[in-house]
Design a protein around this ligand. Structure first.
Ligand code: DON
Length: 306
């Protein structure tokens, strides 16, 4: 049944369609081929109703949207103290691929590459092989989505062939004695998590799973404890939109995480999970139309947390 929510989403998508600012990510060869015209918006409510508009079934790779979820798995599997030994929770003030370390050699936060590579390696336990960990993370992220997710092998291979900087970040953390296992395994696994396929609908459901405090609204299964959801949402709020996190929080006011393929995940505690997608990015690496559509959505529905 068409409801006013669908009409609102259609209006929001229409209002952003003509914006052609920004550029599709070029540094991962396979991502450069993305169709720049795609635009999607999806909302998921606490009781599992999903509303979509635009290209909501178009699949794209998660990229950095995977980071809050691998962080959640690391926290659930190892506990907060162990994760904090390797990865802090402070905004870095630098680009997502920078060497952002604190005075103890820890990664500044889990939403930038150096921190996400480190938290990836903390998912699961020490008895796991690298292959087990890949499965564990794919399975964990699938539980957030409420369906079996898969990896875009072409994007994974494409990023592996250009991922020297991420390998260097993994090696640096190993040199600081703060990385579990081998740098190569952490970099490969992190890259594979970034290459998991989702659509805007999945992102909305995953966001709602964080926003319920850890229970998937579709399957009704608990994926993570409440304290983990709170920790993840807190770090998304301060670090999720990189160097524009302050601007984002004051304008939009929704805990969020962006990825270079053009996805934007939003999770408003107790209220709504949001997925937006559009490939052209601004200078911070955030989707231009994704940011615009969130600004308008937040304004129209009064979603700002303050
Ligand atoms: O490691 C990378 O560079 C990519 N796999 C993910 C980066 C990303 O999505 C940053 N987001 N804006």
């Amino acid at each position: 049944m068409r409801t006013p929510v669908f009409d609102l989403l259609d209006q929001l998508v229409d209002s952003c369609q003509d914006n052609r600012d920004g550029q599709v990510a070029q540094y991962i060869p396979e991502l450069a081929d993305a169709d720049p015209e795609k635009l999607a918006l999806a909302l998921c409510t606490p009781d599992g109703r999903v509303y979509t508009s635009g290209d909501a079934e178009h699949e794209f790779t998660m990229q950095s949207i995977s980071k809050p979820f691998t962080y959640a798995l690391a926290l659930r599997d190892r506990g907060l103290d162990r994760v904090l030994q390797s990865v802090d929770v402070e905004p870095s003030g630098n680009a997502f691929n920078e060497i952002s370390l604190d005075s103890r050699g820890r990664a500044k936060n889990p939403m930038i590459n150096i921190g996400a590579i480190t938290t990836y390696a903390l998912a699961g336990d020490d008895d796991m092989t690298a292959g087990d960990r890949l499965e564990h993370v794919l399975d964990g992220l699938s539980q957030f989505a409420g369906r079996e997710l898969s990896v875009a092998e072409d994007v994974y291979q494409s990023e592996l062939s250009t991922g020297w900087r991420n390998l260097a970040l993994a090696a640096l953390m190993k040199g600081n004695d703060l990385l579990v296992g081998e740098p190569q395994d952490a970099m490969h696994g992190y890259t594979r998590a970034c290459a998991i396929n989702v659509d805007a609908r999945d992102v909305a459901v995953m966001g709602m799973t964080l926003a319920t405090g850890g229970v998937n609204p579709l399957t009704k299964k608990r994926v993570i404890p409440q304290w983990v959801a709170r920790q993840v949402l807190s770090v998304m709020t301060t670090c999720g939109m990189y160097d524009s996190a302050g601007d984002w929080l004051s304008r939009v006011g929704i805990p969020a995480k962006s990825g270079v393929s053009g996805g934007v995940l939003g999770a408003l505690p107790g209220q709504v999970g949001i997925g937006a997608f559009s490939p052209r990015l601004d200078r911070f690496g955030n989707s231009v139309r994704g940011v615009k559509i969130y600004e308008r959505l937040s304004h129209q529905l009064g979603l700002h947390i303050m």
